[in-house]
Design a protein around this ligand. Sequence first.
Ligand code: URA
Length: 225
Amino acid sequence: MDEQLATELALLKELGFTHLDVHSRGAESVSDEDQRALLEQMAGVARACEKCRLAKTRTNVVYGVGNPNADLMFIGEAPGRDEDLKGEPFVGRAGQLLTDIIKAMKLTRDDVYIANVIKCRPPENRNPEADELDECRPFIRRQIEIIKPKVIVTLGKFALQSLMQRGYAITGARGQWLEYNGVKVMPTYHPAYLLRNPAAKKDVWADMKKVMAELSSASAETSAP
Ligand code: URA
C-alpha cells in the first residue's frame, strides 16, 4: 500500500473511523444529505484536531463551505485573520475577489465548494510548514472523496503543491490541466496575489474559461441519453 494512503488510513482509524465509503463516479448512490453528513462528521474531527502547533493559536477551525455535491471545488492555502474569526474560508479581501470570480463564472458560492489545504490559521499569516501540510492533508483528500467534484481549481502555490504532493512552480503549472485521483485540476494564481498584481487577473480569467468549458462538456456527457 502506498505510504501516504497508509498514513491517512492510520489517522482515520485513530480518529474513530471503522469503515470508509468508497464509491466510484457513475455508480454513485450517496445523496446530498449523506454527503453533507459525511462532511459534517469530518468537520467535527477537524474541530477536535490537535495534530500540529496551529491548534494552539487558532480561534476556529476553517473546514470548508458550499455545496456538498459541487461539480467545482476551489482549494486555497490557509485561513487568514478574517477566516479564523469567522470559521469560514475566503471571507476577507482575497475572499471577496474569489466571490467576484465565482460570480463572473455565472455561479454563486453556494453552487461550489470552497476549502483550504490547511484548516487552521498560521500565526501572522506566515507560510504553512511542511509538517503542517502533511498533518492536514487527509482532511482535504477526504473532502474531495466525499464531494467528488468534476473540476478542482487550486489557488496559489501551496494548494497546488500540497494537493499534488509535487514541487510545481505556479508560473509554469498555471493554466495547464493536471489530474488528481481522476479529477481534473486547474492550477491558478491565488486571489491575494491578484490583489497585489491586478495585471494577472486576465490569466486567471483565461484559466476560468477553460474550467467553464470543461464543466459544460462534463455536464453534456452526463445528460446525454
Ligand atoms: N487565503 C486562503 O488561502 N484561504 C482563505 O480561506 C483565505 C485567504
